[in-house]
Design a protein around this ligand. Structure first.
Ligand SMILES: Cc1ncc(COP(=O)(O)O)c(C=O)c1O
Length: 398
């Protein structure tokens, strides 16, 4: 037994879940792809949901300000950030919030900048509104750390036709936490060139010890003039299936775009999602702290396991979230260098997310979700190690 056992149901129980993570692969596959967590629900969230079911309270979300006020309270406690509830708009999920915002900002063919390797749907969302993705890859520092490439971003912002930048804050899949200094410069550049910044802050509640999340809209007047922030409890409290998120602004100019969302947008939000999110923001701090501790342990455990069993897989512990961006390019054998996720599924019966969806930057990489029991993580790395040994043995010169 480990200290974390009360947080994660046994694998046999997890296999009864009906969500995407647990129904996309046969039972012999260890699923560590899609960004759902294996942890049990936070007690206050479970209570709110059970109470709603007991009332048969499954209608539409009510037009109240409860969610905006709950987010305001949480953001203030967690990050010292003051939000005006009148500047919070409820939407179905972060994806819909970003797409609906982009729809009001772009004309067909406009450029929207993103920093790969980054959450794969960013590119889909930009294309969905008829805009062109403009890739400005993260810069690589001499020690291998990746950060926003502010010089290259300035060049892209200055180009004709660039209207917006999709910021992943914190950054999925690398778990980067951008600094106040970086965000301040980013906001200045955006303001100078008239570019809107859409800051996806969905992973922020899961910022891990040693890092401090900085809300984009908190950094400067320039950020508030240009920015939109997207928040949801769907990653932090594992509520993705319930469909509730928020768009936050902090200046009348960006708010005007959000005010043009369909008045029906609220009714496209999950009522249970709103109830659960309010419970998470108002009463979920203690549970979240336990989860952050568990994720902190798992990111270290993953590093130890890889160092011991497969040291050729490159790994930098993320500073936020539960995703590990693994570099397989040093492994011998074509399968590892091209699409290691496909190779792992066949050879190790471990499902991770392919790096190929992250653009050219993702070739030879895979994304592993470590929001699971330590035993599951250990089993996954053991399987990967066995598969790499087998492949190396068959591909090594005789
Ligand atoms: C950075 C990022 N944004 C958005 C999402 C999806 O959020 P939603 O389900 O609220 O659209 C995810 C899911 O993993 C994510 O990692």
């Amino acid at each position: 037994m480990t200290a974390q056992d009360h947080l994660v149901p046994p694998l046999a129980a997890l296999r009864h879940r009906r969500s995407a993570k647990w129904r996309s692969h046969p039972a012999d596959v260890l699923p560590l792809p899609v960004a759902e967590m294996d942890f049990v629900l936070a007690e206050p969230v479970a209570r709110a949901l059970h109470a709603a079911i007991d009332r048969s309270d499954t209608g539409y979300a009510a037009p109240t300000r409860e969610l905006a006020h709950a987010l305001r309270g949480y953001a203030h406690r967690a990050w010292g950030w003051t939000i005006d509830p009148d500047h919070v708009r409820t939407v179905t999920d972060v994806g819909i919030g970003i797409v609906e915002t982009l729809r009001r900002l772009v004309s067909p063919g406009d450029g929207v900048v993103l920093s790969p390797p980054v959450y794969e749907p960013f590119g889909w969302w930009i294309r969905e509104v008829g805009a062109q993705p403009v890739e400005v890859p993260l810069a690589t520092r001499p020690d291998g750390e990746r950060r926003l490439d502010l010089d290259a971003l300035e060049e892209a912002f200055a180009a004709p036709g660039t209207v917006a930048y999709l910021l992943c804050n914190p950054h999925n899949p690398l778990g980067l936490v951008h600094t106040r200094q970086e965000l301040t410069v980013l906001a200045e550049l955006a303001d100078r060139y008239g570019v809107h910044v859409l800051s996806d802050e969905i992973h922020a509640p899961l910022t891990l010890p040693g890092a401090a999340f900085v809300p984009f809209l908190s950094v400067s007047e320039a950020a508030r003039r240009r920015g939109f922030a997207f928040h949801s409890a769907s990653k932090g409290w594992n509520l993705a299936g319930l469909k509730a998120a928020t768009v936050v602004t902090a200046d009348p100019a960006p708010k005007r775009y959000v005010d043009r969302f369909s008045p029906h947008a609220l009714f496209r939000t999950g009522h249970l999602g709103v109830l659960a999110t309010v419970a998470a923001y108002e009463h979920g701090d203690a549970w979240l702290a336990e989860i952050v501790t568990a994720l902190d342990r798992n990111r270290r455990l993953l590093g130890e396991l890889l160092a011991r069993h497969v040291p050729d897989i490159g790994y930098r512990p993320p500073r936020a979230g539960f995703l590990a961006w693994l570099d397989f390019r040093r492994l011998r054998g074509e399968g590892w260098r091209d699409d290691p996720a496909a190779h792992l599924l066949g050879a190790a019966r471990v499902a991770v997310t392919s790096g190929l969806g992250y653009g050219a930057e993702g070739r030879g990489f895979a994304r592993l979700n470590f929001a699971c029991a330590p035993d599951t993580l250990t089993e996954a790395v053991t399987r990967v190690a066995t598969a790499t040994t087998a492949t190396t043995a068959t591909t090594a010169p005789r």
